[in-house]
Design a protein around this ligand. Structure first.
Ligand code: TMP
Length: 205
């Protein structure tokens, strides 16, 4: 595969959307001259992804339908890889993806699915060139969520944010060979972005 696959992860309110947008702008305008930057996200907005998005909006109780959601996330991801991510990488694109299998490992684990089984089901799927986990204190995350949205989705509660953050911090144990980097994302966006840039530059050189 000739391109680079870079994943942004973190709890809701970690600022990954902001970092992804800043990264795209930086790469597109940088003198290194990347002409093909692809921005994408999971869940997607088509097929299984649109079913997930509907469920996230209507379902107030996060512990229900865990297994059903797990298969939808997985089906959505396989389609995403085959239809968009792999073809884009073959064209030499830098693919910046908001969430990937690490979200399933951390969020569906918090819904009661054993981490080993989630890791095992993803074993044959494409491994990114870099995974940036934006690590943020749940209190800071909650403040950002309240400031940016009128309604709070099911995982956006202090309790869940704390549990999911811990699951992210344990990721290296479950996937010791994957290129996972943690970034302290409690500071202001410009400061966090300096650290993001540093990690991405290492992968692109
Ligand atoms: P977003 O707000 O970052 O677009 O993500 C939508 C929600 O979906 C978010 O609360 C995290 C959740 N999610 C999972 O539970 N498992 C997954 O595999 C993915 C990709 C997202």
């Amino acid at each position: 595969m000739v391109g680079k696959f870079i994943v942004f992860e973190g709890t809701d309110g970690s600022g990954k959307g902001t970092m992804l947008a800043k990264t795209a702008e930086w790469l597109f305008n940088s003198s290194i001259g990347h002409d093909k930057i692809v921005l994408t996200r999971e869940p997607t907005f088509s097929g299984p992804g649109s079913q997930i998005r509907k469920a996230l909006k209507s379902d107030k109780e996060p512990m229900t339908k865990a297994k059903q959601l797990l298969s939808l996330y997985f089906e959505d991801r396989k389609e995403h890889i085959d239809k968009l991510i792999k073809p884009a990488l073959q064209l030499g694109s830098i693919v910046l993806c908001d969430r990937y299998k690490y979200s399933t490992i951390c969020y569906q684990q918090a819904q009661g699915i054993p981490v080993e089984s989630i890791v095992a089901m993803h074993k044959r799927l494409l491994v990114p060139d870099l995974v940036l986990v934006l690590d943020v204190d749940p209190k800071v995350a909650m403040k950002r969520i309240r400031a940016s949205r009128s309604s709070i989705e099911k995982f956006e509660k202090d309790f869940f944010l704390g549990e999911i953050r811990q699951n992210y911090l344990n990721l290296k144990k479950a996937l010791p060979d994957e290129p996972i980097k943690f970034i302290d994302a409690n500071a202001e966006p410009d400061e966090v972005f300096l650290k993001v840039k540093k990690e991405i530059a290492k992968v692109l050189k």
